[in-house]
Ligand binder design. Structure first.
Ligand SMILES: [Zn+2]
Ligand SMILES: [Zn+2]
Ligand SMILES: [Zn+2]
Length: 474
């Protein structure tokens, strides 16, 4: 295994990693019967997190996470199981307990990780600490699931099954039922149980991964008329972060308490912007979300500039424009912030990466089931179509003929060369990293044109898929 060093220490680590994965998996499989102590669970997850973070590349991390299909299968069930709030709290209570005899050798050490407040003694290993431990386990499971789905093409479930492996060892996910065993609707309810309270923001990381990969989940996640999970609870997490900031502004330095909750929620919001109910949702929840956004905007504007802060401020302006129904003013307000980090070439590459991972690119695609595996256009190698019908229709589309875009992208592909082009779509490559490499030969005007067309198609699709007339949206 690439993540583990060789030698005797390496094999000991590998053994303890395997044991950790096994322990976590068995808790996830039977959470109500589990007798593992919360502190032990925490130690188990620390060893899994260490293994992930010591992997040298994202591709290696993905490979490692994918090598634990049983954990992923049990994990998704654990996190998406719909149950009554009473049963849920009983399960959480069971998992936040310590039943250890602290007098036994080696056991006490396990209960005093250095990260804990040293003033806590045995009897003060409180429920609270144990709940934090449980949350850490939940975050670890989500990290594994997110990695396993990372960079996967939408709806591309595995087709090759190994005949020598039993079912539970087959790569995850095999099919929609393997991805979401309780179905999209109930899974949203299950996820929402975990989304409440401190650390609950992490469920939006899970939701983002699932929605990017599987369209039916994305659809189930956004629920009129109150949009409780999709918008209201997400914005409550932002309010929680800001309340904390008001009490102690130094928390802005903390990734854990400040940066991560905000970026997870905004990554999720960014995904929502492409949702076909986005406009309707912003109209319905505008009054709730507007003050939250305004408050966050003021806090972030006063902090030293960082890329993630700038990104978030752009996101706030976009959302506010929708929430306040002021789309005309949007570009004017986002441009001065965005210009400090963005350029049209960057946007074009980022858009291409998004489109390439997405489903059918035909704007009039009749397929709404979302369970289609779309094929890549062999010429541009970016746009996908669910079949010949869609490819033909898109080719001659009166507004956005694929014929035009296809030749522009093909030209870029040619200029960059085979090697660089292939590199663009690998798991380890981000747009920023690609563009930071030594100058690539490309026609910048052509790239900007690609970006403009892709952005227009996105806006058009968004307008089409809602019941809002196109004219009122510009
Ligand atoms: Zn214990
Ligand atoms: Zn199609
Ligand atoms: Zn093409």
């Amino acid at each position: 295994m690439s993540a583990v060093a060789s030698g005797s220490q390496g094999s000991r680590e590998a053994q303890s990693l395997a044991a950790s994965v096994k322990a976590l998996t068995s808790m996830l499989e039977e959470p109500t019967k589990s007798t593992i102590c919360a502190s032990q669970l925490h130690a188990t997850c620390v060893s899994i997190q260490n293994a992930i973070h010591s992997s040298p590349t994202v591709a290696a991390q993905v490979k490692l996470a994918k090598s634990w299909p049983q954990l992923l299968r049990a994990g998704i069930k654990f996190l998406t199981r719909k149950q009554s709030p009473t049963r849920f709290s009983a399960m959480v209570e069971n998992l936040s307990r310590c039943r250890c005899n602290l007098d036994q050798p080696g056991i006490k050490e396990l209960h005093s990780p250095t990260s804990l407040d040293s003033s806590l003694n045995n009897s003060e290993l409180t429920q609270f600490t144990n709940i934090i431990h449980l949350r850490f386990s939940v975050h670890t499971v989500i990290d594994c699931i997110q990695l396993a789905l990372y960079g996967q093409t939408k709806h591309k479930f595995r087709s090759e099954k190994s005949t020598t492996k039993p079912n539970e060892d087959q790569p995850w996910p095999q099919d929609p039922e393997d991805l979401l065993p309780f179905g999209p609707e109930d899974s949203v309810d299950g996820i929402e149980l975990w989304a409440e309270g401190p650390g609950g923001y992490y469920m939006y990381k899970l939701a983002t991964s699932l929605a990017l990969y599987y369209h039916p989940f994305s659809r189930a996640m956004v629920r009129p008329p109150d949009y409780a999970f999709a918008m209201v609870r997400a914005s409550k997490h932002l309010t929680g972060v800001m309340d904390f900031y008001d009490e102690d502004p130094s928390c802005a330095e903390s990734q854990d308490l400040f940066e991560w909750p905000i970026t997870v929620i905004f990554d999720y919001f960014q995904l929502l912007v492409n949702h076909d109910k986005f406009y309707a949702m912003m109209k319905a929840t505008g009054n709730t979300i507007s003050p939250v956004l305004a408050r966050l905007s003021a806090i972030l504007a006063a902090l030293p500039a960082k890329d993630w802060i700038t990104d978030t401020r752009v996101g706030i302006e976009v959302l506010s424009s929708f929430a306040n129904n002021d789309l005309a003013g949007m570009r004017k307000r986002t441009a001065p912030i965005a210009n400090t980090i963005r350029d049209p070439v960057y946007d074009a590459f980022a858009e291409m990466a998004m489109v390439r991972k997405g489903g059918c690119a035909n704007t009039t695609c009749p397929n709404t089931s979302g369970t289609v595996y779309a094929r890549l256009c062999s010429q541009c190698n970016v746009m996908r179509f669910c079949g010949e019908h869609c490819q033909k229709e898109a080719w001659k589309n009166p507004l956005f003929p694929h014929k035009v875009l296809c030749s522009k992208i093909a030209k870029l592909k040619e200029q960059l060369g085979k090697k660089a082009w292939a590199q663009l779509w690998t798991e380890d490559m981000t747009t920023a990293k690609f563009l930071a490499q030594p100058k690539r030969p490309m026609d910048t005007k052509n790239v900007e044109a690609i970006g403009r067309i892709l952005t227009d198609i996105k806006a058009f699709k968004m307008a089409l898929s809602d019941d809002i007339p196109w004219s009122s949206r510009t």
